[in-house]
Design a protein around this ligand. Structure first.
Ligand code: PLP
Length: 419
């Protein structure tokens, strides 16, 4: 069924939308327009069914039991791993490690590269880490801590006034001491889609390990990690129609081998004495403790759902919704849209002269329109752009152009009331 235009295909958007019962639930007496998908998408019935099936029939702890349920749960967990690897284009040189989300995955990388233990630290005193200035705190703060821990220098690839990154700026920052370059596939605060393919390749050519935060790309943009100069790719299940608190780190095996585990304990060891332990191979070495097994199963079901709808179709649909919203918002008096020309993405973020975004968000909520307001966990970027907190609408496959019209009318009304 995939890759027919979502809004006009024979299957039609309504059919997909019907798989998300929460969307039919009125909020504040009004139909819900859920436009906070960059934070968390809703979960369709096929994913809920997969979760329920696992909990009703297969639930048990994995890897440690000889009994049938444990083996079934282990099979389901490992099958989910394989399906998600395929979903992001991971090849024989890659491994996928389950995490609780993008934040967890990025902490695993930043901590793992800057801490000595099973293996020597990759980032050491005097080394350099380059992070883009578009990042969510999850892809900045762990690097600040890594630099502090290792005695390394953190350098920021700042965007220009439009919020765009440039290859020549990166060229000036890369040196033989650059160990890591970390970048987002899409800035969650602005919707800017940087040329991450080229920037990652440039950093890799300079000898840096490369980290891509794909939190805002995995739910629609077709990601093929094998085609990228990418050592570590992080994403969240709850931003791709999967269960809350799920995610993954996909990495080249030789890069993952460099990571010192964040968690020591069961399931990540081979042999333990009172004095010491020997450690399991990847990916188990980085998955100490009981993982979210149902979450992994649900994430794989979400990936299958995305493929069924069609990644290109979703991508085109959310980009069209964004273009519609950008044009409408930019036409409102005193409204500035961030990264208006930021390339295809699912996020539109704006400021309105003389009006606080929290007030806009509150008035929109009264009309059943859910948006997010504030710094969007990207305070340094928002401050760099000099615009202050914003109102952000973010789209998913089930959103409609009617909802964009409701957003535009709601913002226009809010501006009238608040000014
Ligand atoms: N990176 C980006 C670009 C994000 O948008 C987010 C969340 O909004 C995160 C990282 C953190 O993701 P999580 O809260 O799922 O760990």
């Amino acid at each position: 069924m995939g890759d027919r235009p979502l809004a006009t295909g024979a299957a039609g958007l309504a059919q997909w939308r019907a798989l998300f019962p929460i969307l039919a639930q009125p909020v504040n007496g009004r139909p819900l327009a859920y436009l906070d998908n960059a934070a968390t998408t809703q979960v369709p019935l096929p994913v809920q069914d997969a979760l329920r099936r696992f909990e009703q029939h297969d639930r048990a702890n994995i890897h440690r039991g000889v009994h049938t349920l444990s083996q079934r749960a282990t099979d389901a967990f490992e099958r989910a791993r394989g399906e998600l690897e395929r979903f992001v284009g991971a090849g024989a040189a890659h491994e996928l490690v389950f995490t609780s989300g993008t934040t967890d995955a990025l902490n695993l990388v930043a901590h793992g590269l800057s801490t000595a233990g099973i293996s020597p630290a990759t980032i050491r005193a005097g080394d350099e880490i380059v992070v883009s200035g578009l990042e969510h705190h999850a892809n900045l703060v762990p690097w600040q801590q890594a630099a502090r821990r290792a005695g390394a220098v953190l350098r920021i690839l700042l965007p220009d006034e439009q919020g765009q990154l440039h290859a020549d700026d990166l060229a000036r920052l890369l040196t033989p001491r650059t160990r890591v370059f970390a970048l987002t596939a899409c800035a969650n605060a602005t919707g800017e889609r940087p040329p991450f393919e080229a920037l990652l390749a440039q950093a890799a050519a300079a000898g840096a390990l490369t980290v891509l935060d794909a939190a805002q790309a995995v739910g629609h943009g077709t990601l093929d990690v094998s085609a990228l100069a990418c050592d570590f790719l992080a994403f969240s299940g709850h931003k791709m129609y999967g269960p809350m608190g799920t995610g993954a780190l996909v990495g080249r095996r030789d890069a993952l081998e460099r990571l010192e585990p964040l968690r020591y304990g069961g399931d990540m060891v081979v042999w333990v004495t009172q004095e010491q332990a020997s450690f399991a191979e990847l990916p188990a070495r980085l998955e100490g403790g009981t993982p979210n097994v149902a979450g992994a199963v649900g994430m794989a079901a979400a990936a299958a759902f995305i493929e069924q709808v069609g990644r290109q179709a979703i991508d085109e649909h959310v980009a069209a919704l964004r273009a519609h919203a950008v044009a409408g918002l930019a036409a409102l008096p005193g409204v500035t849209v961030l990264s208006a020309d930021g390339g295809p993405s699912a996020i539109v973020s704006f400021v309105a002269e003389g009006v606080h975004p929290h007030d806009i968000g509150t008035l929109l909520d009264e009309q059943g329109i859910a948006v997010r307001t504030g710094h969007h966990c990207a305070q340094p970027l928002i401050e760099h752009l000099g615009l202050g907190p914003t109102t952000r609408a973010s789209f998913a496959l089930y959103n409609t152009h009617d909802e964009v019209e409701r957003l535009l009318a709601g913002v226009a009304h809010a501006l009238e009331v608040l000014r």
